[in-house]
Design a protein around this ligand. Structure first.
Ligand code: ATP
Length: 424
């Protein structure tokens, strides 16, 4: 098909169990999709017949149909094809197995299945989580989604771990509703940035999620779906084991890598079910630069919203005396100088008070709910994030870009390693 033809209006007739895959790459390009007849879904969210959905650059989409359908696509796609081989039946069987576990838990008033999706980079982990959550919520469940992917996560901004209760299917354009997310600041884009801190933050998230499961019956029976990041070797693997242990997972779904599957079978407790799943041939690999661009985009959207749902952030000055600024991690001490009882790695999670300096320019700061100025800062979830757009050392003020106006919900701010260059 020529470029020209690709940009015309095209009709696609899909047979049952087929998937129409397409990508929009060109900046500024828009592609419109309408379901004309039959039934179809995008990563578990049903399409409404006759409604037109808009996709902009960066979109990598699969429209799957269980029964067969006709779809109309308008606009210039960079890749578009129909796939007859998809793992959707296997994924749906996984959902069915989880659903059986949920029903059993409901009968015994027990906690529903905690399932963790693991695998290397670009195998469709986030997509599988989305499919399983959408299927669960379509069955009337209220599962918790936990995202441990600090690099390409979908709750809050990069450098955080978080959880949300899923109450309705993901919207095709905006994903899952982000009402009342539970977010913990970690501050690095990879778990390797500060492994010890990552474990502590993950433990705290697990604790809070378990508490939430206790108080809400429906959520308790629905269980949890956990997304992880693609770092699966060495320390990354140990972090996966730790996540499995701390969240007390019942099921691990391993995408694509048999070696990881076998390692987990060897190292996970016997009562944990480890399931190997093939990845979808449609999953698109992201280049390093696309990953960086995705991260920037998420932060930009955090402050400015999306094209459809624009946000208008505030910019204001605060006196240094009005805030308490901290960073996590102090320089290491030689073993001989360690205070009594302190372990060599403890400096990595030391909460250190700092004075604003030009070095924090463009950095994100977590607005912590912490009430005490100690480890509570690591263990407290965050109200949100601000970005430092100026540091005036003479007037001793900092200028912040903030989603909400002054005053901030708390004056305890924690420095993140992540930066955002505001080009607005
Ligand atoms: P990461 O390692 O970065 O966390 P991941 O393993 O979670 O990646 P996804 O983010 O789920 O992978 O998928 C990568 C990209 O592939 C996404 O843009 C997603 O929309 C796309 N994708 C997933 N499945 C399909 C499919 N069947 N057809 C077309 N595109 C797909």
């Amino acid at each position: 098909m020529t470029e020209d033809k690709k940009s015309c209006l095209q009709e696609y007739k899909l047979e049952q169990d087929n998937e129409l895959r397409f990508e929009v790459e060109t900046k500024g390009e828009k592609v419109y999709l309408t379901l004309k007849s039959g039934l179809a879904e995008i990563f578990g969210t049903e399409l409404v017949k006759g409604k037109t959905y808009e996709f902009t650059s960066g979109a990598k989409v699969a429209v799957y149909t269980w029964q067969g359908c006709t779809i109309e696509v308008k606009g210039k796609t960079d890749v578009i094809y129909t796939a007859k081989e998809t793992p959707m039946i296997i994924y749906s069987n996984c959902h069915a197995a989880l659903e059986i576990m949920r029903s059993e838990c409901e009968n015994d008033n027990k906690r529903g299945p905690i399932a963790m999706v693991v695998g290397p980079q670009d195998v469709g982990k986030s997509t599988l989580c989305k499919i399983l959550l959408n299927y669960a919520v379509r069955m009337g469940r209220r599962p918790v989604y936990v995202d441990l992917d600090v690099g390409q996560g979908s709750i809050s901004i990069p450098g955080t771990v978080g959880a949300i209760v899923i109450e309705r299917p993901a919207s095709i354009d905006e994903g899952f509703s982000q009402e009342a997310p539970l977010v913990y600041n970690y501050g690095y884009k990879s778990p390797s940035g500060n492994s010890k801190l990552f474990s502590m933050v993950m433990d705290q998230l697990a604790l809070t999620v378990k508490e939430r499961l206790e108080v809400n019956k429906k959520t308790r029976h629905s269980g949890v779906i956990i997304n992880t990041c693609g770092w699966i070797k060495g320390d990354g693997y140990r972090q996966l084991l730790h996540a499995g242990h701390t969240f007390e997972v019942d099921v691990v779904l391993v995408l694509d890598q048999e070696r990881l599957y076998n390692e987990l079978v060897r190292d996970m407790p016997n009562n944990v079910k480890i399931v190997f799943l093939q990845k979808s041939g449609g999953v698109v690999e992201l280049s390093k630069s696309a990953r960086t661009e995705n991260r920037d985009q998420r932060i930009r959207e955090y402050f400015y919203g999306t094209l459809k749902n624009q946000l208008y952030p505030h910019s204001f000055d605060l006196k240094w005396s009005e805030i308490k600024l901290f960073k996590i991690g102090a320089p290491p001490l030689p073993d001989s100088c360690l205070p009594h009882g302190m372990k060599p790695m403890d400096h990595l999670t030391k909460v250190v008070s700092i004075i604003p300096s030009p070095g924090i320019l463009h950095h994100l700061l977590a607005v912590s709910f912490a009430e005490k100025e100690d480890e509570d800062i690591i263990y407290s979830h965050v109200a949100g994030f601000v970005c430092v757009s100026n540091v005036d050392t003479e007037r001793q003020t900092i200028t912040l870009l903030s989603p909400q106006p002054k005053p901030l919900p708390n004056n305890v701010l924690v420095l993140s390693d992540l930066q955002f260059m505001d080009s607005h």
